[in-house]
Every structure is written in C-alpha cells, then in structure tokens.
Design a protein around this ligand. Sequence first.
Ligand code: HEM
Length: 151
Amino acid sequence: MKFRLLHACLALAFATCLSAGSALQAQEAPTKKTEETELGKSMEKISGAWRKLRRQVADPASNAASLELVATIQAAAEKALTLTPARIADVPAADREKFVEHYRQGMKEFHTEIGKLAAALQAGDNAAAQELVRKIGDLQKVGHREFKRPD
Ligand code: HEM
C-alpha cells in the first residue's frame, strides 16, 4: 500500500515536471516578429534611403543626391508590389485575395507619390517636396497598420 502511494506521488511529481517543462518551452519558443522576408528586405532598402531623404529634402543643394535616394525607393517599391505581406497567414482564406489587392493599391499609391516627389525635386520645388514627404509618411503609417504583422 505504502509503495502504491509512493508510486502515485512520484508519477504526480513527474507529470508536474513535464507540464512545467512544456510551459517553459512554449514561453521560450521563438515568437519571431521581424522574420526575414523578401518584402522585409525591400522595406529595409526603402527605410535606409527614406531616413536620409527626410533629413535633406528641404535643401536644394542636395536635390541631385535626393533624386538618387528617390530612385532607390522607387525600385524597392516596384519589387514590393510583386510581393505579399507575411500577415496574409493571419487572414482567413476567403479574405486573402481582397487583402492582397488592397495591399497592392496601397503600394501603388505609395509609388505614385514617390513619383511626384521625384518631379518636385527635379523642378527644384523643395517646399512641394517637403509636403510630399509628410504625405508619404502618412501612407507608411497606414500601410503598416493595415498590412504589417503587429509587433
Ligand atoms: C517611407 C515609407 C516606408 C518605410 C520607411 C517602411 C519601412 C519598413 C520597415 C523598416 C519595415 C520592417 C522590415 C523588417 O521587418 O525587416 C517594414 C515592413 C513592412 N512594411 Fe513598410 N515602410 C514604408 C512604407 C510601406 C507601405 C506604403 C506599405 C504598404 C502599402 C508597407 C508595408 C509593409 C509591410 C507589409 C511590412 C512587413 C513585411 C512583411 O510582411 O514581410 N510599408 N516597412
């Protein structure tokens, strides 16, 4: 009888250990937030150029250099247009087509505004370029809110 009780206690202790272990494992499982994706890489390119561009967009003496940054952003946006956000995995199958279409519209709009920014810089209109940078910043916010996986 004593043995049976001891046995039961040991079994219980073992089970407790196991479940504590798996809870720990679940906690430690990688919950990757910035997975390397093709779209993520295009975004990194946009981001690097965008940061520099924002700093110098008001300066007419930097317009030639700014136009190069804009060209980098345009090329990366064109690539991004061919890709699908990782968030699609969280969207119900029935809504996925709509999600991708909506994302592409957002990316096209972004690309169009970047084109306007190029035209403003070419025309030497730095006030208009600054205004467009503000507008594009808003498109970034909306794009991330709607299509990027929450952090
Ligand atoms: C100036 C404009 C923008 C900048 C500077 C920017 C920057 C970034 C950065 C730094 C990331 C994180 C990349 C990583 O995880 O390594 C990112 C991710 C992302 N961005 Fe943008 N972004 C811009 C505009 C947009 C727009 C307009 C959209 C959509 C219409 C968009 C959609 C996304 C999505 C979906 C991701 C997650 C990547 C994935 O799903 O694989 N972004 N962006």
